[in-house]
Ligand binder design. Structure first.
Ligand code: AMP
Length: 181
C-alpha cells in the first residue's frame, strides 16, 4: 500500500507556531521561512539539539528564536528557562531586538546582559523575573557566581556565533556554564 507522502513544510503556518508568533512574523514582513529556518525549526521543535551554519542575513536568529518562543510560551516562574550566549554586546543587543519583535504579542519577559557597565540595573531587571536571557559569557558567569542569577530552570541553551566565542577566548566560561547545567 502506497503511503501518502508527508506534506512538505513551506510556510510559517506549517510549523504549527502559535497565533501570537504568527502575528508577529506577519507584522515583521517575513513572507516565508528561509532555508535555515526550514531546516532548523522542525528539528528544534521536536526537541533535538542542532548545530547550524549559516551566514549573517540568512535568518538564523529567528531559526532558533521561534522554537524557543514556542517552548517558553508565556511568563512563568522567576528564573530564565532559555539562555542565548553571544560573543559581543552588539550581537547580544541585536538578538534582544529580534526577541522584542517576535515576542511582541506574548508576555514573555526577556533581557540582555553584557559587561562594560555596572551590573546594578541588570540585577534589578533579573530580580523582577525572566523567561529568556541573552548574555555575553563573562558577564553571565559573573552574575551567576555572585548569586544574582539562578540558572537551575534552564532548559535551552544557544551559543550564537559559537566559533567566534571560542576564538575570543570564552571557552573557560562556556565550560563552566556547561558544568552548571
Ligand atoms: P539574521 O540572519 O538572523 O541576522 O537575520 C537577518 C534579517 O532577516 C533580520 O533583519 C531578520 O529580521 C530578517 N528575517 C529573518 N527571517 C526572515 C524571513 N523568513 N523572511 C524575511 N526576513 C527575515
Amino acid at each position: 500500500m502506497a503511503e501518502e507522502a508527508e506534506k512538505e513544510v513551506t510556510t510559517f503556518e506549517d510549523f504549527k507556531l502559535n497565533k501570537q508568533l504568527l502575528n508577529a512574523i506577519e507584522e515583521a514582513g517575513y513572507q516565508k521561512p528561509t532555508p535555515i529556518q526550514l531546516q532548523a525549526i522542525p528539528t528544534v521543535m521536536a526537541g533535538h539539539d542542532i548545530l547550524g551554519i549559516a551566514q549573517t542575513g540568512t535568518g538564523k536568529t529567528a531559526a532558533y528564536l521561534l522554537p524557543i518562543l514556542m517552548k517558553v510560551k508565556y511568563a512563568q516562574g522567576s528564573h530564565p528557562r532559555a539562555l542565548i550566549l553571544a560573543p559581543t554586546r552588539e550581537l547580544a543587543m541585536q538578538i534582544e531586538d529580534s526577541i522584542s519583535l517576535l515576542a511582541k504579542y506574548t508576555d514573555i519577559r526577556h533581557t540582555v546582559i553584557y559587561g562594560g557597565l555596572g551590573p546594578k540595573t541588570q540585577i534589578e531587571i533579573i530580580n523582577k523575573g525572566l523567561d529568556i536571557i541573552v548574555a555575553t559569557p563573562k558577564r553571565l558567569m559573573e552574575l551567576y557566581l555572585k548569586g544574582a542569577l539562578i540558572l537551575k530552570d534552564l532548559k535551552t541553551l544557544v551559543l550564537d556565533e559559537a566559533d567566534k566565542m571560542m576564538d575570543m577566548g570564552f571557552m573557560p566560561q562556556i565550560r563552566q556554564l556547561l558544568e552548571v547545567l
